[in-house]
Design a protein around this ligand. Structure first.
Ligand SMILES: [Zn+2]
Length: 514
């Protein structure tokens, strides 16, 4: 995938004709001609794995992302009042980025918030830091057992510390009032306005709560979604079925697939590994399903027409999903009609890569996770395992297509930073690349954010290329990334973004997202 200088003739939201055009990009619609001298055009970028509502909600809550200690988090929170009923919610903390690298405690929060409940998501969404009032409301005490697939972190004497991992976080989360429809609407508006600024014209929105769907549908009907959303509805406990949802079609909003979790995340020791964690003796994480149950749940979803996305981080989870997908393929599932996606595909044993390929599935990967999490991943994994972390080149070489995303709000939805991460695999703050043989070429990295990503949602026959008949989703940039070194790609500026032939954002646009 290369940037082009091109004349785009758009009619009815689609590319009618395209001509090579030296020195500029020209966008010609029924109403006007817009010229971008010196600029280059790509098909609109896709973020193939994000969380629109959580991103939008987080944009309206305290962010602990840049904090370097638990104390600094508390300082940021000090000026905030409850933002959801009586609760104060926030997120983005990451003990791995702190000088102490240790989990925080409830006491720190209690000193400032003795009376109101506080709940703060870890950056990966797989752990929750809460104060004592939140523990009290969730009835979590010394003798509360760990729920299956979850962990209440405790002191040596068995007292809950205030950090809850995976299913244990649910004990608190279910006590927090759900956001109102109006809050969801505002969150979607904030998120989509922000996504456009990164050149994103389409999102694969993962783990969508069925009660958000009417809000998305209403915004789509009113023409108020500025970009396209392929929605993958929650399926872990059959939520799509309970809510009576089925796949839909639509230009800007489609219920496309369902999303399962095979395991948790590496940062919070929830990812399921074939061998124990190198920095936590005897612990291998959790598989959330046995293979047969997962297969049956996926079959039920396939039968009514859903595409399938399954989160798998650890090598044990990737093995389970590879085998389940492979078994489904042997049963005659047509992956040209209904895609089978592995979300994250993060740590994969080399034996399982050909199985993923034979199963006909797509790997949905997040390059910024690799460069951000490398120091933590190296501690968790040690250097004795055969499994490959972030095995992009190995997957491609075996014939597994790659779709790229950011997992926003966990990482920023910054496509150009993602492209650089694909090519350089250089962990933040380090000079040397990490496992450089797994990096991608620049053209492959852009393909993973454009036509390969559209392949993952099976809309690649009408989006992802600048060709006549394709949807006029276009991003215009200020220079040719193909002439840049990978180190320079992050300096490329997004100039304008078109979805369905309408300019949705440009550098002239000074609107601040509501
Ligand atoms: Zn995610």
């Amino acid at each position: 995938m290369q940037a082009q200088q091109i004349w785009l003739r758009i009619r009815g939201g689609r590319l009618r004709e395209v001509f090579p055009h030296d020195g500029e990009v020209v966008v010609e619609t029924e109403e006007r001609i817009e010229r971008y001298p010196g600029c280059w055009a790509f098909p609109g970028f896709v973020d193939a794995h994000g969380h629109v509502v959580f991103y939008g909600l987080e944009l309206g809550q305290p962010s602990l992302r840049s904090c370097r200690s638990a104390e600094e988090c508390v300082e940021v929170l000090r000026s905030w009042a409850p933002n959801r009923g009586e609760w104060l919610l926030g997120g983005g903390w990451d003990q791995e980025a702190w000088t102490s690298a240790e989990f925080p405690s409830a006491e720190l929060l209690d000193a400032v918030f003795p009376d109101i409940p506080v709940a703060l998501r870890r950056t990966d969404g797989h752990a929750l830091w809460v104060n004592s009032e939140a523990l009290r409301r969730a009835h979590i005490q010394d003798d509360t057992p760990d729920p299956p697939s979850g962990l209440i972190v405790r002191t040596a004497t068995g007292k809950p510390t205030g950090v809850l991992i995976d299913a244990a976080a649910e004990l608190v989360l279910r006590c927090i009032p759900a956001p109102s429809s109006e809050e969801i609407r505002q969150a979607i508006r904030r998120a989509t306005a922000q996504l456009l600024r990164f050149g994103i014209t389409e999102v694969h929105d993962m783990d969508v709560d069925p009660c958000w769907v009417p809000v998305f549908e209403e915004l789509a009907r009113a023409g108020q979604l500025p970009l396209r959303i392929q929605s993958y509805v929650r399926a872990q406990h059959g939520e799509w079925d309970v809510a009576g949802l089925l796949p839909t079609t639509g230009e800007f909003f489609q219920l496309r697939g369902v999303k399962f979790y095979a395991d948790g995340a590496l940062g919070s020791y929830g990812a399921a590994l074939l061998e124990p964690y190198s920095d936590k003796v005897g612990h291998q994480g959790f598989l959330f399903f046995n293979a047969e149950t997962l297969k049956e749940a996926i079959l039920a979803a396939l039968e009514v027409g859903w595409h399938i996305a399954v989160h798998a981080i650890g090598d044990a989870a990737n093995r389970q999903v590879a085998q389940v997908f492979h078994a489904l393929r042997l049963r005659g599932i047509d992956t040209t009609e209904q895609r089978l996606r592995v979300e994250h595909t993060q740590i994969v044993h080399p034996d399982d890569i050909p199985i993923l390929a034979e199963a006909g599935c797509v790997a949905s990967v997040q390059p910024l996770h690799c460069v951000h999490d490398a120091p933590m991943a190296r501690r968790r994994l040690g250097n004795q395992r055969r499994s490959i972390p972030y095995p992009w080149r190995s997957l491609l070489a075996a014939g597994v297509p790659i779709a790229a995303g950011s997992d926003f709000p966990i990482e920023p939805p910054n496509v150009l930073a993602g492209v650089a991460a694909f090519c350089l695999r250089r962990p933040f703050g380090e000079v040397a690349p990490w496992i450089p043989e797994e990096s991608l070429e620049l053209e492959e990295a852009f393909a993973a954010y454009t036509n390969w990503a559209h392949y993952a949602a099976a809309v690649d026959d009408r989006r992802g290329l600048l060709l006549p008949g394709y949807d006029a989703d276009v991003v215009i940039v200020d220079r040719n990334p193909g002439a840049c070194l990978p180190e320079e790609v992050s300096n490329v500026r997004i100039v304008a973004v078109y979805v369905a032939g309408v300019r949705r954002w440009s550098t002239e646009d000074t609107r601040v997202p509501a």
